[in-house]
Design a protein around this ligand. Sequence first.
Ligand SMILES: [Zn+2]
Length: 282
Amino acid sequence: MAAYQLAQEALAGEFAARWAEALAAVEARDIAGSLSELEAEYAAAIRESAAASRALSVAFYRLIRALETGRVIGGPGYRPGASLGSLWADFNRATGKRTGSGPSTPLPVDTRNPFPAAVLEREAERVAEAFRRQVADRVKQHERERAGRGSAVLDDAELIAWEREFLDSLKTGSTGAGGMLVQDGGRDMIHTALQDDPGAIGYYRATDSSPCYFCALMAARGAVYKSKRTAAFGAHPHCHCQAVPIFSRRYQLPSENEKFARMWREFGGGSLADWRAYYRKT
Ligand SMILES: [Zn+2]
């Protein structure tokens, strides 16, 4: 479902824009003195976009489930008398786009709530860890390197380029890690709900428009049927892949997944490194 994948990607983009603004407001040489303000901004931006990602994933899950099974599932955002029309309206509101509509006939209900309560503490820990690794530790290291350079003059072009390069790399790393945490809000929600929903049989991976070799391979596998221990989804920084739940064997894979599966067959087997090289040149 492209609308869902794009809307989740847009939430990561929203976070990235907000974080870029916060970083742009600080001079390279002042970063070390602004770490606590930056961390507060980083955490707030991730927290808000991750909450939106979770709400979007619930609306999506409930809609797909109703489309495939003809039944509504309970949990957050459930309203009595829900119909395909109201579920589409919820989904359209969450994506900010009108991608579908349906009749207002109330659907039968499964009152079960398979959605995990938001684990906010765990999320806050992951955010703090990401900030430490991607920002605080790197800034300290950079300060040490700057001190090691001695008393270079400030307008030295080489020094300016060096500061610029550091900031760019800091921004790329912290944006990737933060965007992953934002989308993990929705990804974890769906991945966990599947396990606790007897109506769900598995999921497939919807990739972004230019997935890396690893994600392309995961998408090529098609449906991942759930088992007692469904493997972790395996997202990575700058990855906008999403888990799309499946409720019947009649699901249809997106054309991208079919394309990657075809590539995998044509590749004919080999190591992951071989696949990586093959994927890059095709
Ligand atoms: Zn990916």
